[in-house]
Design a protein around this ligand. Structure first.
Ligand code: PLP
Length: 224
């Protein structure tokens, strides 16, 4: 417990220092703890420190946790199959990994059937082959936005990205994309980028949300 608390305090200190270094307010950056493959007890501890939103990468695992901890909000940050759309909308308050038109169409349909409103973020991939984590290519973005069609049940929050490691210019490419589409859509858009290893660079480039797993909770359980 003490050690994990230290981890969390250290993440907060890093975010504060990164914000100070570029003249941003600490409140302008959300720390989203990524609790995939971390036990419920760790999430409970973090919630006692005031964290109420957690990112999960797997629909099954995140849904189970959401059921156990109904007073907390869970956000889906990992890939979503169309046949899991219903479960995802029921269990998660936000979907951060929307990345293709068919999925947008399916989510709209299910959100309407269930009478739910869920915030969505579009995961973008500006690097083609460099990352294999999913994401919408820049040239396909318009088609995806058309499929989303300003649906009030799925309000668009912004863009999420997982740039290739050690590519410092990657973060500014996402910031440029945000600016461009913000102007085009006349809508404020946020960007979610930066993880344990590179939150400083992401904040310097304008990230509004850093998604922190290992630096926050410690190393994850192995995949079985
Ligand atoms: C696992 C994961 C993170 C957190 O990664 P760390 O390096 O452990 O901080 C952030 N975003 C996504 C989409 C992830 O899958």
């Amino acid at each position: 417990m003490i050690e994990r608390l230290d981890h969390i305090r250290e993440v907060e200190a890093r975010v504060r220092a990164a914000c100070d270094a570029c003249g941003r307010s600490t409140e302008s950056v959300e720390i989203l703890p990524i609790s995939k493959r971390q036990p419920l007890a760790f999430i409970r501890e973090a919630s006692e420190l005031g964290y109420s939103r957690f990112g999960e990468n797997y629909v099954q695992e995140g849904s189970a946790k959401a059921q156990e901890l109904p007073h907390l909000d869970f956000v889906l940050t990992g890939p979503l199959q169309r046949n899991k759309a219903k479960q995802a909308l029921q269990s998660f308050q936000e979907i951060v990994s929307l990345d293709r038109p068919e999925l947008a169409t399916r989510l709209r349909q299910v959100a309407e059937d269930l009478g739910l409103v869920r915030k969505v973020w579009i995961q973008v991939d500006l690097w083609g082959e460099a990352t294999k984590q999913g994401g919408c290519a820049e040239e396909d973005l318009q088609a995806l936005l058309d499929s989303l069609g300003d649906d009030p049940r799925l309000p668009l929050q912004g863009f999420m990205a997982i740039p290739p490691p050690d590519q410092t210019e990657a973060f500014s490419a996402v910031a440029r994309l945000r600016q461009e589409w913000q102007d085009r859509l006349g809508l404020p858009l946020r960007i979610s980028m930066g993880m344990s290893a590179d939150l400083e660079e992401a904040i310097a480039a304008g990230s509004d949300q850093v998604r922190i797993g290992t630096a926050f909770f410690g190393s994850r359980a192995a995949l079985h």
